[in-house]
Each structure stands twice: as C-alpha cells, then as structure tokens.
Design a protein around this ligand. Structure first.
Ligand code: ATP
Ligand code: MG
Length: 294
C-alpha cells in the first residue's frame, strides 16, 4: 500500500527521503534514509491503529542506554504528507545475521567465522542480556522468534521488531498480540493472543528455547520421539510438558531424537535451568529469568 511513498516527515515536519529497502516483514518495509546513515524508517503496509501509534510514542519516552545498545528501539513516528503516522524511525542495524543462521548447522559454517562452544555461550548470554534489558523496563517481547534476534561476528546481539513488544508506560499497557508456536509457553499454547497480557515469565520460556537451539545445533527442545499412539507435534509436547531431554522423559513417553546429545553436555547448572524452564514448575513458580542465563 505504501510502496509509492518516497518521502516521509518527522513530527517536527522535517522531510526525510527514503532510500533502498533493507528488509521487509509482514507488517512493514524498512528503508534506508538518505540523510541519516545510522537510522532507518519502517513504513507499515497498512494504516496504523491508534494503539500502535501511542505505543511507538511511549517507546520513544522509555528509551534507555541499555535498550539503545541491545535493541533497535524506535525513536519516533514518521508521517505522510498529510500528517498521518505511517511508520517509525529506529537505529539502523547492520553487519548482523538472524540468530537462526547461527543455530542451524548448514548456515553457521558459511555465515559465522568462528563458531565454537565459547562463541555460542556468549551469544546465549548476550541474548539473555537483551531480554533482561527489555524486562527491566517493564516491557515484554511477547513474540519471541528467530527473526527478532540479530547476531554479529563478535557475539553481540540486537533485538529488532521492537514495535511488536508489549509496552507499559504511565499506567497504559500496549499489547503484543502475536506469537510463534514453537516459542510459546505451555500456559499460552492453543490460546488466541488477542487481549492477552504477556509476562516476562512467558518470554523466559522463549528465551530458554532459543538458548537450547543455540547449544543443541538447532534442535528444538520439544522435538523428540513419542512412544505413545498418534502424533506429537512440538506445540502439543510443549503444552503437555513432554521434554525429551529431561529426567522425566520416559515417564512422559518421550525420547531424544536419534544422534542428539544428552542434556548433561551443557553442564549441571544449565541442565537444571532447562529442566526448570520446561517443567510445570516453571509455569507455576517461575522459569529462570533472563539474567540467570547471563
Ligand atoms: N533497525 C533495523 N535496521 C536494519 N534492518 C532492519 C531493522 N529492522 C528491521 N530490519 C530488516 O527489515 C526486516 C523486517 O523488519 P521487521 O521484522 O521489523 O518487520 P515486520 O514487518 O514487523 O516483521 P514481522 O511480520 O515479522 O513482524 C527485518 O527482517 C530486517 O531484515
Ligand atoms: Mg513486526
């Protein structure tokens, strides 16, 4: 819809020329800005709802040093010629690859120079740091997914798609009403995200999944062999706490996929954290928080 927009305006009326498209998603397209090399503009495909406009405004107020360092936090709205908000401005992130390029064994060799255990654990810790920065500021990622975490060759991490986060500001809550099944905790599986208030404990499930994917070469923690009858898709295994690497695996009729390592390879501390994150206990009493993984 906004494909023909070539020029946008800041709230102060400054005209910004859009350059090349640097990326596209379901909600918008991200453009270079001719006159601001360190920033990009995301222009939405569809008209912006008032809630989203208010959320982006609130995010501009919340901005902190750690959010600036670890995310592409929106800095403000951009408008069309007739002063309607149509997008946002954020820092440009370059020289990074999506985290799934790192955990999937095929692309990691071509996309990352030096992938060893140390590098993977540093990326895991840095991802957790970024989650912690979001949680420290009363926000929740909500839609944790492999496209939202960008990794550099020095193992630092930045989160993108921040306008989908759940944001709390001055008593107002701006929700995140989307999510991806394989990063969704058991307590939200099979439910609509619409109207749901997400919590850091929900994110902490997605974070544990992401750390697991990193340390187990892209194997999802809930993908395993099911000994019962019928199918056991990942979403159902999550919902029913059937963690095939856990001490409880046999009792829930699960076994690890062929040729996958046992949980103990990560050491006792991390193994316990995965057990806690993926158990019923994690839902009721709280999963390891982002800072625990650092
Ligand atoms: N700050 C940024 N700097 C550089 N490139 C970016 C930035 N933010 C996003 N991109 C690029 O644009 C793409 C789309 O961005 P983003 O994920 O924010 O869009 P979206 O439409 O909200 O996506 P989704 O449908 O997944 O929510 C990203 O995958 C990335 O390649
Ligand atoms: Mg989005």
């Amino acid at each position: 819809m906004n494909a023909k927009v070539r020029e946008v305006f800041t709230l102060r009326g400054e005209a910004l020329k859009l350059g090349e498209i640097v990326g596209q998603g379901g909600e918008g397209a991200v453009y270079d800005l001719a006159a601001h090399k360190n920033h990009v503009a995301k222009i939405y495909h569809r008209p912006l709802e008032q809630q989203r406009i208010d959320k982006i405004r609130a995010m501009g107020k919340i901005k902190t040093d750690s959010l600036e360092k670890l995310t592409a936090w929106p800095t403000g709205l951009v408008c069309s010629k007739d002063s309607k908000p149509i997008g946002l401005i954020m820092p440009k992130i370059s020289g990074r690859k999506s985290i799934h390029h790192l955990y999937s064994p095929k692309s990691r060799r071509t996309d990352f120079q030096r992938v060893d255990w140390r590098f993977l654990t540093r990326v895991a810790a840095n991802t957790a740091r970024a989650f912690a920065a979001v949680h420290d500021n009363a926000c929740v990622i909500g839609d944790v997914n492999h496209g939202g975490v960008l990794v550099a060759q020095d193992a630092t991490v930045r989160l993108i798609d921040c306008d989908s986060f759940q944001v709390s500001y001055l008593g107002q809550q701006y929700l995140c009403e989307v999510g991806i099944e394989t990063f969704t905790p058991p307590d939200l599986q099979g439910r609509s995200f619409s109207g749901i208030v997400r919590t850091p404990n929900h994110d902490n499930f997605g974070l544990a999944v992401m750390v697991f994917l990193l340390l187990f070469t892209g194997k999802h923690p809930f993908a395993g062999r099911y000994a019962g009858t019928g199918d056991m898709p990942i979403s159902k295994a999550i919902e029913e706490y059937r963690f095939p690497y856990g001490a409880n695996a046999a009792a829930v009729e699960m076994a690890r996929p062929p040729s996958s390592p046992e949980l103990a390879i990560v050491g006792p501390r991390l193994a316990k954290m995965f057990e806690d994150a993926f158990s019923q206990r994690g839902t009721s009493a709280g999963r390891p928080v982002a800072r625990n993984w650092v």
